[in-house]
Write a protein that binds this ligand. Structure first.
Ligand code: IMP
Ligand code: MG
Length: 180
């Protein structure tokens, strides 16, 4: 399937300034929650969380280790396949550790449910989720994210790390895709 990138436009939904302010306040809450940790393992889900995690960790007040996990989900389409496979596993051990999973968007909840089951099985001390965006109206399985940047309506969004068919990750703001 090929996507015609000239057949849609992107309307700004959340400005770069609003994102920065929200990330700062999330980081404050997260730093307070984990104030007693010796070191927090921040696990970014590739690829969509790479910009968020980069901004977030620079605001965290405790020692931090950064690791990445890549699972397959959407392919290049707008619909979830609901099949989740590990494409790239963590490099480090998380047993007995404080772990924060950082995600770009929770949509149906299937990806995060699989990831949490996988990571919980490795015996972390505390395992929590921070997601930049949440589309609660799309949820098919319950997921508890302790920190949510913004709740958004059922729109397909791009930018700030998030793609549409591997494009638009480099936009500094979050926009919604409008088909022409
Ligand atoms: P879920 O398994 O349905 O919760 O899907 C979560 C994943 O789908 C996210 O990590 C994103 O990669 C992708 N996704 C969900 N909604 C969007 C969107 O609006 N734009 C781009 N990717 C999305
Ligand atoms: Mg993703």
């Amino acid at each position: 399937m090929s996507i015609d990138h000239s057949s849609y436009v992107i309307d700004e939904l959340i400005s770069a300034k609003s994102i920065a302010a929200r990330v700062e306040s999330l980081a404050k809450d997260i730093s307070e929650f984990y104030s007693d940790t010796d070191k927090l393992v921040v696990v970014g889900l590739l690829r969509g969380s790479f910009v968020f995690i980069a901004d977030l960790v620079r605001e965290l007040q405790m020692p931090v280790e950064v690791d990445f996990l890549e699972v397959s989900s959407y392919g290049d389409a707008m619909e979830s396949s609901r099949e989740v496979r590990i494409m790239k596993d963590l490099r480090g051990e998380i047993e007995g550790r404080d772990v924060l999973v950082v995600e770009d968007i929770i949509d149906t909840g299937h990806t995060m449910t699989h990831v949490m089951t996988l990571l919980q099985g490795r015996g972390p001390k505390r395992l929590e989720i921070a997601t930049l965006l949440d589309k609660p109206s799309r949820r098919e399985v319950e997921v508890k994210a302790r920190w949510v940047g913004f709740e958004i309506p059922d729109e397909f969004v791009v930018g700030y790390g998030i793609d549409y068919a591997q494009r638009n990750r480099n936009l500094p703001y979050i926009g919604k895709v409008r088909q022409l």
